[in-house]
Design a binder for this molecule. Structure first.
Ligand SMILES: *[C@@H]1O[C@H](CO)[C@@H](O)[C@H](O)[C@H]1NC(C)=O
Ligand SMILES: *[C@@H]1O[C@H](CO)[C@@H](O)[C@H](O)[C@H]1NC(C)=O
Ligand SMILES: *[C@@H]1O[C@H](CO)[C@@H](O)[C@H](O)[C@H]1NC(C)=O
Ligand SMILES: *[C@@H]1O[C@H](CO)[C@@H](O)[C@H](O)[C@H]1NC(C)=O
Length: 393
């Protein structure tokens, strides 16, 4: 579909003039936990041109997730800008079955067309509930909705009818990662899901919490649900499969420094695996540290890579991401405070030719009332094989 992407990535001068993409309206930039960009083909409507689209977290005002798309002018790339698409108001029928107090909020959608461009798309999302015995948001599932892009302003969603996977509060309290932040990536004919999160589980003494982290397993490429063999392993525990299924632990960040000193824990979430078409490498992006504290957020985006989807993923220092901790520096893609933009989170990449578009959110953005905003910049791979971003917006 190169011809449909008008010279955007192919003009050599763009490589030196790395211009971030502005928002059509301030609202178009507000949003958290973006998925990566994908090319979608609306079935009908005013603008049937294949369009780059991503999804962002629900605001907590009831919508499961929203979409943003990139308006691209056919002739002049300087006219590209983000536009706000429709919000979804899914209410998955299974939420009260598996989440004690039903659905509380949605987070971190992951958007995957079967091929691109495609009008039939899949949307994975995190959904949370409250277990009163723990009295905090403590139960999470990954859900899946199938979408039809009728037009850029009209996408219809149908829930898969079952969660993909959940982690109960008792499992999480014993070290399991939360079933949040799904990332879905193809590897040959296979489809992989990563989930995972923070955990405070540990003995609190040896600076190495044993719980949490980023974990992966295989999906059925057709349905997008857990693969049949994985479902068999899970058995009657479905959807709380973590203790029965042989998930692969792909990344950790054990121990962390705070103003109060060195604490136990595993401060990692928001994984995103990107398969690079040029090098055949898989890049795993993760967030270290804390989200959600506005200007006090300490999120930063880190990366590792592997030729094998199942890892191990290594950082620039040759440390496997499963072994990264407060004792290792890791490979930073975006630091916590980047020219006053605070807390970069949730990486995504869309690639075309020699260059790509990299998306993330900021926990606080100057110029947007320090709100959580969406950002896109040009990305390329440097001579040493690591992603390098363009200028800050
Ligand atoms: C969205 O598109 C569907 C399918 O064409 C149609 O049935 C529905 O009425 C549309 N909804 C709106 C709000 O336009
Ligand atoms: C960090 O290094 C110290 C000293 O080698 C060790 O005791 C500690 O367990 C390490 N912490 C982590 C989280 O790996
Ligand atoms: C992680 O660290 C342990 C302990 O040093 C080591 O045995 C293991 O090989 C490391 N894992 C990888 C994938 O490098
Ligand atoms: C972030 O860095 C800028 C300098 O680029 C500084 O002025 C600002 O105070 C920093 N903000 C925070 C919250 O640390």
């Amino acid at each position: 579909m190169l011809s449909l992407l008008p010279l955007l990535f192919l003009t050599p001068t763009l490589l030196s003039a790395l211009t971030p993409i502005p928002c059509k309206t301030p609202e178009a930039c507000i949003g958290g936990d973006p998925s990566s960009l994908h090319l979608v083909q609306p079935l009908d409507g005013e603008d049937p041109t294949p369009t780059l689209m991503l999804a962002v977290s629900g605001s907590g005002a009831g919508e499961a997730f929203g979409v943003r798309y990139l308006h691209q002018d056919d002739n002049d790339n300087s006219e590209s800008y983000w536009v706000m698409g429709p919000d979804s108001y899914l209410d998955p029928p299974w939420s009260s079955l598996y989440l004690t107090n039903g659905n509380i909020a949605f987070w971190a959608p992951e958007f995957v067309p079967a091929s691109e461009p495609e009008s039939e798309v899949k949307m994975y999302y995190s959904i949370s509930g409250v277990d009163p015995s723990v009295s905090s948001i403590s139960e999470f599932c990954v859900g899946l909705a199938y979408g039809t892009v009728n037009s850029l302003e009209n996408i219809t969603w149908v829930d898969a009818g079952q969660p993909v996977v959940c982690v109960s509060s008792s499992q999480a309290n014993n070290g399991a990662p939360h079933a949040i932040d799904p990332s879905v990536v193809k590897s040959g004919q296979s489809l992989y899901l990563t989930i995972g999160s923070w955990s405070d589980y540990g003995d609190g003494e040896n600076q190495g919490a044993r719980g949490g982290g980023i974990w992966m397993t295989e999906l059925d490429p057709k349905t997008g649900m857990l693969k049949t063999e994985v479902l068999e392993e899970c058995g009657d525990s479905f959807p709380n499969c973590f203790n029965n299924v042989d998930f692969i632990n792909a990344a950790n960040h054990r121990g962390y420094n705070t103003d109060e000193g060195y604490l136990d824990g595993n401060s990692i979430e928001a994984s995103y695996i990107y398969h690079h078409p040029l090098t055949e490498e898989y890049f795993m992006f993760v967030n270290w540290f804390y989200c959600c504290g506005g200007v006090d957020s300490t999120y930063q985006i880190m990366v590792g890579k592997s030729l094998d989807i199942e890892g191990p993923y290594y950082d620039k220092d040759g440390i496997a991401l499963v072994n990264t901790s407060a004792n290792t520096t890791g490979t930073t893609v975006i630091p916590t405070n980047t020219s006053g933009f605070i807390g970069p989170g949730h990486a995504g990449i869309y690639w075309e030719g020699e260059e790509g578009i990299f998306t993330n959110h900021w926990e606080a953005s100057p110029g947007n009332n320090m709100l959580r905003t969406l950002h896109a910049w040009r990305v390329r791979i440097d001579e040493d094989g690591w992603p390098v971003l363009g200028d800050i917006y």
